[in-house]
Design a protein around this ligand. Structure first.
Ligand code: SAH
Ligand code: SF4
Ligand code: F3S
Length: 440
């Protein structure tokens, strides 16, 4: 049996697809790259914004056409949309199976049940499931960087966010299984480990057999960094309310922990931050940025921001712009607010910023950030960096792509080098997105 899997959303979802492949492989499935070869079509979905869901609905129409050609094909929807929409998705003519993020162990049985008795649904959320014992089947081609989910779910209640509803309660994974997985990846030749969680700073593991034996994120990061100093460690996402100095000092002690922190701010206005239930103020956020720059002077900082949240005034928006000017981020993911059904915001605050205003504000933030990204890259011109090569560049077969510790993308002539090697490059020129380099 062949399984075709398509993934939307965050890196944790990508890692979940790898867990799903591992579970199905044990049950005798092989992964295929073409829809036409599949006996089972899976789409692992995202609900974070409405446009993410619309894209998946578009894909379901394509899968429906495939089912019209081959009636025996089973189509399953996994992930956050499955969890959010449940039976409603099962009503879609293309969909045979709906399985939420904590139901993946059951997939082989569910697919069999579809073949025997028709449509199936499993969207029960768990307080324990971490898939800790499953070695994910890696989907990346290069074999250089891999993701490890160190926790699942989220216990925060940011008022705009659907994630806690669709991923369930926060669970931290046993660190011994994380270290074991990292070691196995390194033995397979991987050179970079990405530790993933919705809020890595609230990682906390307590040994059920010995409550004295516990570990926080800084401790976990240190353990993973100590496995092999030639293997890079990255992590995301940090939360401004929880990211303490301990993590920063841990990074400072280990050169192989990459100099990059993704610290989503969401808004520069205290009124909005309060309404968003982010549990920090602008002042607190800026103090965290100051500590990063003090303890890790060469550390890049990136962020997420939402334009046009409920009740956002021109003054609130101006506060976001001024924060961006003050911090000068190395990069940012920028979004318009999208109301998600069932969230605190959808129940309590009208989505009252007109679409055109949201777009105009977002465009202003993007323009400002493009300047900052360019300026940050221009500072690198003339300097040398150690780069981990990830593979050929997008544009040319004779050029390679790799990243600096700060997560900046470098492109340079291959000169016989290969993915997985470290090289030192000098930056010759840049755009806001890429550093053009030569190997030195
Ligand atoms: N756990 C991470 C973020 C996960 S979602 C954190 O707390 O920072 C990724 C990003 O999507 C968020 O940082 C936020 O900027 C954006 N986002 C979440 N819900 C959104 C919504 N309803 N509308 C627009 N953007 C949203
Ligand atoms: Fe969503 Fe907030 Fe949790 Fe991030 S921390 S996943 S934004 S609820
Ligand atoms: Fe999307 Fe779910 Fe990730 S909503 S961002 S795929 S946790």
């Amino acid at each position: 049996m062949n399984v075709f899997i398509e993934t939307y959303g965050c890196q944790m979802n990508v890692n979940d697809s790898e867990v799903v492949l591992a579970i199905l492989q044990r049950a005798g499935y092989a992964r295929c790259e073409k829809l036409e070869d599949a006996d089972l079509i899976l789409v692992n979905t995202c609900s974070v914004r409405d446009n993410a869901e619309q894209r998946v609905l578009g894909r379901l129409d394509v899968f429906r056409q495939e089912k019209k050609r081959r009636r025996e094909v089973v189509v399953g929807v996994l992930g956050c949309m499955a969890q959010r929409l449940k039976e409603k998705l099962l009503e879609h003519p293309a969909v045979d199976l709906v399985a939420g993020p904590d139901a993946y162990r059951d997939l082989p049985r569910l697919v069999e049940a579809v073949r025997v008795s028709g449509k199936q649904l499993d969207t029960i959320l768990s307080h324990e499931e971490t898939y800790a014992d499953i070695a994910p089947v890696r989907m990346d081609r290069s074999g250089v960087t891999a993701f490890i989910s160190i926790m699942r779910g989220c216990n925060n209640v940011c008022s705009y966010c659907i994630v806690p509803f669709v991923r369930g309660a926060e669970r931290s994974r046993d660190p011994r299984t994380i270290v074991r997985e990292a070691k196995a990846l390194i033995a397979d030749g991987y050179k970079e480990i990405n530790l993933l969680g919705q809020n890595v700073d609230s990682y906390r593991w307590v040994n059920p057999d010995d409550p004295e034996d516990c570990l926080d994120f800084a401790g976990l990061l240190e353990q993973v960094a100590c496995i092999d100093p030639r293997v890079r460690v990255r992590f995301a996402t940090s939360h401004p309310k929880d990211m303490g100095d301990k993590v920063l000092y841990t990074m400072a002690r280990h050169e192989n922990i990459c100099r990059h922190i993704h610290l989503p701010v969401q808004s520069g206005s205290d009124v909005m931050l309060e309404k968003m239930r982010r549990k920090y103020t602008r002042t607190h956020y800026l103090e965290r940025i100051a500590r990063i720059r003090e303890i890790l002077p060469d550390c890049a900082v990136t962020t997420d921001v939402i334009a046009g949240f409920c009740g956002e005034t021109d003054a609130d928006h101006a506060a976001t712009l001024s924060l961006f000017r003050e911090v000068r981020y190395d990069g940012a993911f920028m979004f318009q607010y999208s109301e998600r059904p069932g969230t605190l915001a959808s129940r309590h605050y009208p989505d009252d910023v007109p679409a055109a205003v949201k777009t105009a504000r977002l465009n202003e933030i993007i323009a400002l950030q493009n300047e900052a990204s360019l300026e940050s890259n221009q500072k690198c011109v003339g300097r040398c960096f150690e780069v981990l090569i990830e593979g050929p560049s997008k544009r040319s077969e004779t050029e390679l792509m790799g990243r600096t510790s700060q997560n900046k993308t470098c492109v340079f002539p291959a000169e016989g080098h290969r993915a997985g090697e470290y090289v030192t490059v000098r930056v010759l020129s840049c755009t806001s997105a890429t550093l053009r380099c030569e190997i030195v």
